[in-house]
Design a protein around this ligand. Structure first.
Ligand code: NAD
Ligand code: UD1
Length: 327
């Protein structure tokens, strides 16, 4: 199959491109390299530098690359805090670029797409574990609202033309890296997310981790999340792609392990399995955070035949292995 990967130079996209090529697919990557890195693009993938907000740039890729079977759409901004400060930038990049993409896909009669949504679409969940049929109407930040709106746009598109096939993948918290250590999470600035922060502290690039609150109603008072190995996530995209290519219409799937770990449990696992210290201090809660979030992952298992194979030891070791290699 010939697959166009938008945002394929980014963290999740680069891992998915590796998996696609390992499974024998022809891959074209389109990315503006704003947060992605050219070195993360698999050498066998064909690369186009371009911005999805610019219609002619994406249109010309479809013109040149005849025979694209499906698109995987990772391109967009993802920092929750930044989205609160710069909402217009988030709405413009995430929504505008998706509208342009869908129009261009329509014109080129490519109607198979796998979209990167997020568990953030559930806002504050009414109960746990989170199922796909929970309310998806209120996120806690503009970034999350863009994901809700894009899901709605894609749903409306399908209602208008049921020859589209669309998988909405709601990721929980991806961490880890490819076993080779060649690709991993590589934020340009001080990380917002927990695991990239932990590895920078372990690597002595940052002094200590701030743990945002220890007074939640959880096992040890710190926030609980469903951490998923990025390679398992990449494998989930291959399964979703097959589902889309088999003309299944539209549906949403949680991609998570179904297990929750607290911040301190993750820190302790990182210390133990990497045999390294991670100094931390407890500080106040971060605005917009919820106590606990983990998936009911049974729908993806039943329908996509996908489940996670990596455990927390793999996740913390592979996260650190990548950073050690790039010290
Ligand atoms: P990332 O920032 O590493 O990757 C995004 C890629 O898209 C980057 O390579 C960037 O350069 C590119 N890009 C952004 N805007 C573009 C544009 N207008 N035109 C062309 N390229 C553009 O992020 P990631 O962690 O790999 O996330 C990928 C997707 O998954 C995003 O849509 C994100 O919202 C979603 N997601 C991520 C997480 C997470 O925790 N990492 C969780 C849930 C959902
Ligand atoms: C958030 C978003 C998610 C988005 C992801 C990646 C929500 C509800 N979730 O996930 O949609 O895809 O970011 O951008 O909007 N923590 C610390 N110290 C730190 C960093 C984090 O204690 O320095 C804690 C947080 O309070 C939280 C946990 O670690 O309990 C995980 O945080 P993080 O990695 O930022 O991910 P989420 O907030 O779950």
């Amino acid at each position: 199959m010939k697959i166009l990967v938008l945002g394929g130079a980014g963290y999740i996209g680069s891992h998915t491109v590796y998996r696609l090529i390992e499974s024998g697919n022809e891959v074209v990557v389109f990315d503006n390299l704003e947060t992605g890195h050219i070195e993360a693009v698999h050498p066998k993938a064909k690369f186009y530098k371009g911005d999805l907000r610019n219609r002619s740039e994406i249109d010309s890729v479809f013109d040149k690359e005849k025979g694209i079977d499906a698109v995987i759409h990772f391109a967009g901004y993802k920092a929750v805090g930044e989205s609160v400060k710069k909402p217009l930038m988030y709405y413009r990049n995430n929504i505008d670029s998706t509208l342009t993409l869908c129009e261009v896909m329509n014109e080129h009669n490519v109607k198979n797409i796998v979209f990167s949504s997020s568990a953030t679409v559930y806002g504050t969940p009414k109960s746990l574990p989170i199922k796909e049929n929970f309310d998806v109407t209120h996120a806690t930040n503009p970034y999350g609202e863009t994901k809700i709106m894009i899901e709605r746009i894609l749903n409306d598109l399908y209602v208008s033309d049921n020859t589209w096939n669309i998988a909405l993948l709601r990721y929980f918290n991806p961490i880890g890296a490819h076993k080779s250590g060649l690709i991993g999470e590589n934020p340009n600035d001080i990380p917002n997310n927990l695991m990239p922060y932990i590895v920078k502290v372990a690597n002595k690039e940052l002094k200590e981790l701030s743990v945002f609150g220890n007074d939640y109603d959880t096992i040890d008072g710190t926030g609980v999340r469903d951490y998923i190995h990025v390679v398992d996530l990449a494998k989930g995209h291959i399964k979703a792609l097959n589902w889309v290519l088999n003309n299944n219409g539209i549906d949403a799937f949680n991609l998570g392990t179904g297990n929750g770990y607290s911040v301190l449990e993750l820190v302790e696992a990182f210390k133990k399995f990497n045999n390294i210290d991670v100094p931390y201090k407890i500080v106040g809660r971060r605005d917009g955070d919820i106590a606990s979030c983990y998936a009911d992952a049974s729908k993806a298992k039943d329908i996509l035949d996908w489940s996670c194979t990596y455990n927390i030891e793999d996740m913390v070791k592979d996260s650190y292995n990548y950073v050690k290699g790039n010290k």
